[in-house]
Design a protein around this ligand. Structure first.
Ligand code: T1G
Length: 695
């Protein structure tokens, strides 16, 4: 079913019925077109109302059609909207819940619009690397004015319908049943023989179109150095001061150009990838989650405090357990300081801060957390410590409580084995700062039960996290891949690069932070401890020891004021440290290496292709459910440039065959074990077949 046609007296009601959000796919467009024609031809029909079934009026064009080009199948959305606007009988849109993108553009083509209070209104195409391509850039300014429309379209932000209630966008803003209100309005229009309002006929006045365009150019260049869409949005909107059809042509040209950009492919990929990640292949979507009313966190350090804030911010009560009073006081003090700093920045009201602080209680006793529905351990990253903690939790926590570890690399199966209830044990790997970073790796143990998985995925959405399921392996998805990336960054130093060159090359390519700045932020001692463990567990792995040399001098990064870079007290700006550069050069000499000039391109390829190759292994081993999950991990938690869509989509854009060829070259020229560059079997197979990771 896509369009229902009913009559209510002299009014034909066309209901879009295409779950989940009445996407304007080909069947819906065809149904609308046929429905309007049928109503036009029926002498018993005096007016037409269009509305949407379910949870939206319409969420817009069906984005899933874009890859195949089906959105161009006639009747295109533009053709449908032109038919609505050209109808001889009044057409009223009855809008509720959500009217976004093409959904709002459809309503703009109607003669009148009745909207329910609280309806979410947006033209969010810019977030997909596009612009409203069905007349939105020309009709919205004619309804709400040039500047207001420009802001909404270039930002893609969502507003509530009532905020635009006094504009020509809506004829009525109603509480209650919008269909009944629209039917009553339709009868009024017919009875009073009101002239049909066509937004295309409205003249947009703007004192100075060139000035507006210059303002637009100045505004968007800061917003979107990697994205062409925001400026294109404003250029299309600026055309609305001229003839309507010319503006529509301008909009169409710009839309087609954007559709062909890698940035729009990346953003559309991320839209679906983020939603796909929430699905677990072997956990039915109707699995009932356990009720989580009370949460406990063990450890009031940086991670424990940040995790506690994530839950309090979502209105969920949290008990923070520490063993030492001074550690608890310090942790609670840091949480208060974090809220106060948000308050100072105007991101929080006094009232909200008080509410959230009231939701976080401290305790020194395990008994105080026994009734929690979920407990998350965020203590020292050592298996012995985890054993003591989980043995205790197993004894104290009520039956049915979920026991989670925030471990970033340790074996969740071993941790589950410290309890008599392995089915209730799961890894919840938050990323620091936990109250800010969206990524949450949900690490499923071999015995983690399905309803526990369903519960934590549901909970992740509630606390605003992007959850990705990982199997158990060293480093799960993100850290396992970043380990390979770091190995290449270090060997590049031995061969001829300097830390600031490697960081600059990757940051110019789009990474939020280069590997050496990132390690200085996280603490070089953390990577050092992992390497020392791996030297024992995996003696076959070949590592550069340059990072160890730095750590042996106590240069742990920002926390010690000196790492790969220097840091002034209380500041995070990385200052090049000549003594580190000298250490790097001396180390190459010590190894008997003749340093060589290394291009930025080689730096980027060696580090990013190392990520991709490990990602292919992770997919193949089933640690990640799908390649797009790896993209979500890197886009949500590792500062990977969103306009490149994630490591695996980027690999598809480069072409897998080109990546394999480059890896062969690196095996010949780079330090370390040539086996490092052996293509993962999945990568080699897909490359040989001329295929990609994303089908
Ligand atoms: N096309 C296809 N599928 C869509 C969709 C869309 N526009 N919007 C949502 N879905 C799917 C989504 O993938 C998920 O599927 C399910 O619906 C629920 O989504 C010509 C070119 C509408 C506010 O950008 O912002 O119109 O995972 O989990 O939290 O100018 O979805 O269940 O299989 O997000 O209630 C412009 C995008 C399109 C709006 C609902 N429109 N969607 O949020 O549910 S381009 C958008 C949203 C366009 C024209 C241009 C949100 C929502 P599954 P959900 P939600």
């Amino acid at each position: 079913m896509s369009i229902r046609y009913e009559t209510r007296g002299p009014v034909a009601v066309l209901t879009m019925d295409n779950p989940p959000v009445n996407g304007l796919g080909h069947a819906v467009r065809t149904g609308l077109s046929e429905g309007v024609e049928r109503a036009e031809l029926d002498p018993g029909i005096a007016a037409i109302v269009i509305t949407g079934a379910g949870k939206a009026f319409s969420g817009g064009a069906d984005i899933a059609e874009f890859k195949s080009g089906k959105q161009l199948l006639e009747p295109s959305l533009r053709v449908v909207i032109r038919a609505l606007e050209g109808s001889t009988k009044p057409i009223i849109a009855a809008i509720h819940s959500v009217a976004m993108g093409g959904g709002l553009e459809l309503a703009l083509g109607c003669h009148f619009r009745v909207v329910a209070k609280g309806t979410k209104i947006a033209l969010p195409e810019v977030k997909l690397g596009l612009l409203p391509g069905a007349g939105g850039t020309q009709r919205l300014p004619r309804a709400i004015g040039l500047e207001a429309a420009a802001n909404l379209i270039a930002s893609g932000e969502t507003v509530l319908a009532e905020t635009l209630g006094k504009t020509a966008l809506f004829d009525r803003v109603v509480d209650g049943d919008v269909l009944e209100a629209a039917l009553a309005f339709a009868e009024e229009v017919v009875r009073e023989k009101r002239p049909l309002k066509k937004l295309r006929d409205v003249k947009v006045e703007h004192p100075n179109e060139q000035g507006f365009l210059q303002f637009a150019r100045n505004t968007v260049t800061t917003m979107s150095k990697n994205f062409p869409a925001p400026l294109a949005c404003l250029e299309a909107v600026a055309a609305c001061t001229g003839p309507f059809d010319a503006g529509l042509r301008k909009e169409g040209e710009l839309f087609q150009k954007l559709m062909a950009t890698p940035e729009s492919r990346a953003l559309q990929h991320f839209f679906f990838a983020e939603r796909a990640a929430s699905k677990i292949a072997d956990v039915p979507s109707d699995t009932k989650p356990r009720a989580i009313q009370k949460v406990a966190i063990l450890g009031a350090g940086t991670m424990g405090g940040g995790i506690a804030m994530s839950f309090a911010n979502a209105g969920i009560p949290v008990t923070l357990l520490e063993v030492k009073p001074e550690a608890l006081d310090k942790g609670l003090g840091t949480i208060r300081k974090n809220y106060e700093s948000s308050l100072k920045k105007g991101k929080l009201t006094e009232e909200k801060m008080a509410q959230r602080l009231a939701l976080i209680q401290g305790t020194l006793s395990y008994d105080a957390i026994a009734q929690a529905d979920l407990v998350i351990e965020a203590v020292f990253e050592d298996l012995g410590v985890k054993e003591a903690v989980f043995t205790q939790l197993d004894q104290v926590m009520k039956p049915g409580a979920i026991l989670a570890s925030n471990t970033s690399t340790l074996d969740v199966n071993k941790i589950a084995g410290f309890t008599k209830r392995p089915g209730d044990v799961v890894g919840l790997h938050f990323f620091s700062p936990a109250n800010v970073m969206k990524l949450l790796e949900v690490v499923r143990g071999a015995k983690t039960s399905k309803d526990v998985l369903a519960t934590v995925m549901d909970l992740a959405k509630k606390i605003g996290k992007t959850a990705v399921v990982s199997g158990v392996c060293d480093g799960f998805i993100g850290n396992r891949m970043i380990e390979r990336y770091g190995i290449q960054a270090s060997f590049l130093l031995e061969e001829g690069a300097l830390p600031s060159q490697v960081d600059r090359a990757l940051e110019q390519w789009g990474m939020a932070m280069g590997p050496f700045r990132m390690n200085d932020l996280a603490g070089n001692d953390i990577g050092w401890a992992i390497r020392k463990r791996l030297y024992v567990e995996h003696p076959e792995l070949v590592y550069s020891k340059i990072g160890d040399k730095l750590c042996e001098q106590g240069c742990f990064g920002q926390k010690t004021g000196k790492g790969w870079y220097l840091y002034e007290p209380g500041r995070r700006d990385a200052i090049v440290d000549p003594s580190v550069d000298e250490m790097v050069v001396a180390y190459s000499k010590e190894l008997g290496i003749t340093r060589r000039a290394i291009s930025d391109e080689e730096i980027v390829e060696r580090c990013i292709f190392a990520l991709i190759n490990e990602g292919a292994k992770i997919v193949e081993e089933g640690i990640a459910q799908r390649a797009s999950d790896i993209d979500v991990v890197y886009l949500s938690g590792y500062g990977f440039p969103i306009h490149r869509g994630g490591p695996m989509l980027y690999a598809d854009e480069v072409g897998l065959v080109n990546i394999v060829a480059a890896m062969r070259r690196f095996a010949r020229i780079s330090r370390g074990d040539p086996k490092f560059w052996e293509p993962a079997p999945l990568l080699a197979k897909l490359a040989a077949e001329g295929r990609s990771f994303h089908g």
